[in-house]
Design a protein around this ligand. Structure first.
Ligand SMILES: *Cc1c(COP(=O)(O)O)cnc(C)c1O
Length: 402
């Protein structure tokens, strides 16, 4: 039985990197009455969100909208473009990349995993840096028979707080003239970090609703390219629900083959209005600035940031590594129970080694300051030795950077 009085007063601080806090304006938009998904008004909504989401992906190509979580959109990207048993090159940047690799394996594809060797402070080295495009280039150069059909990378690795340079991956593929498709997971990157589907030459971009788009969980996306659509027409992999072709046809008039998530589409429309009114450039700058403030706090505490490459720190979340002997989940538990703040747990290979602070969705300088206060108090209560006040450092950062 759900304890409805669990958060008795004030707002719970949902400081995990997705689902992110949803603006009230979006929650209200979701409460409009559900309408006939085959009726005339629906097409107005359908055409609007399909056009809006293209602007968010920075594409003029079709974008598929599924009533599913991001995992479904991962599957859709693979089953539409590949053939049974195809060899794919997948880069392991962290836990989400690993889950995508597992999903591809379960579908019968043959992933070859690229990763940096070794460890860095007890963490796989590949989980502290972004995609190293030269490793992809070297591997594709050796594949003169073009057995590799797709290169799969994660744009913003939500388990580590590292972004990857997608344009560099495209360049690596083009440098060797390899025909592999480029499939990119930007489930947590979209609408937080700059993402240019067309300009970066991505064939399928995969995203979800509950991260940068500030929506509840429940819808996900595939942005396509001409080459990806061509591949989907030739592919013989069995697909039904995830198939693009029927969607593409029906979307032209603002409808879907099966019942779309009507109330989440109201929310999507509202979110796109908010993001596009602010302007994507300002949205990206806002997340960068928050991330800088949070990193200032972590540095002042004297704790390590999981991302070991300063050029690719995530604007979406920050991974905070614990000193040896400190269980990150025990710290999280104190912060949750005492201060009503949820932080992201360490996933997979970094379980217990780190926690994650999300700085996305409906937040602002003061909500972030509150979350950092909760972290600082919790770290002290857990007996973690801090070298200074992160709260003070973040306040200084936010007040000195307009
Ligand atoms: C959240 C996330 C996923 C998983 O999406 P679900 O909506 O949980 O299925 C995959 N990849 C990344 C990078 C994510 O952040």
């Amino acid at each position: 039985m759900l304890k409805l009085d669990f958060h008795p007063t004030g707002r719970h601080f949902l400081q995990i990197p997705g689902p992110s806090p949803v603006p009230d304006r979006i929650l209200r938009a979701m409460s409009y009455p559900t309408i006939d998904h085959r009726g005339p008004e629906f097409a107005v909504l359908g055409l609007k969100v399909l056009a809006d989401i293209q602007k968010i992906f920075q594409t003029t190509q079709p974008v598929m909208i599924y009533p599913a979580s991001g995992t479904g959109a991962w599957e859709a990207a693979l089953v539409n473009t590949l053939n049974a048993g195809d060899h794919v090159l997948m880069y392991e940047t962290g836990h989400f990349a690993s889950l995508w690799i597992k999903l591809a394996t379960n579908l019968g594809f043959k992933p070859e995993v690229v990763a940096l060797p070794g460890t860095d402070n007890g963490v796989p080295a590949s989980w502290r840096k972004g995609v190293q495009a030269q490793l992809i280039e070297e591997r594709l150069r050796a594949d003169s028979g073009h057995s590799i059909k797709a290169v799969c990378v994660v744009h913003n690795e939500t388990s580590t707080g590292v972004t990857s340079d997608i344009a560099a991956v495209r360049k690596a593929i083009d440098a060797v003239g390899h025909p592999a498709l480029l499939l990119v997971d930007t489930i947590s990157g979209l609408a937080c970090a700059d993402y240019q589907h067309d300009a970066w030459g991505v064939d399928v971009s995969i995203s979800g609703s509950q991260k940068g788009l500030m929506l509840p969980p429940g819808i996900s996306f595939n942005a396509l390219s001409v080459k990806a659509i061509e591949a989907s027409k030739k592919s013989t992999y069995p697909r039904a629900f995830w198939g693009w072709s029927e969607n593409i046809e029906m979307n032209k008039t603002g409808y879907w083959p099966s019942t779309p998530n009507t109330n989440l589409l109201y929310a999507l429309s509202e979110a796109c209005d908010m993001l596009l009114a602010q302007g994507l450039g300002s949205v990206f700058a806002r997340h960068q600035r928050w991330a800088q403030g949070v990193r200032a706090a972590v540095n002042a505490w004297g704790l390590q940031i999981q991302c070991a490459d300063a050029s690719v720190h995530s604007p979406v979340l920050t991974g905070v590594m614990m000193p040896d002997g400190v269980d990150a989940d025990a710290v999280r538990k104190i912060i949750y129970e005492r201060f009503d703040c949820s932080l992201g747990t360490g996933l997979g290979k970094v379980k217990g080694r780190m926690f994650r602070i999300g700085h996305l969705g409906d937040c602002n300088d003061l909500t972030l300051m509150a979350a950092l206060s909760g972290c600082e108090m919790g770290l002290k209560l857990a007996g973690v030795k801090l070298s200074g006040s992160g709260v003070q450092a973040a306040m200084d950062h936010f007040s000195n950077h307009a």
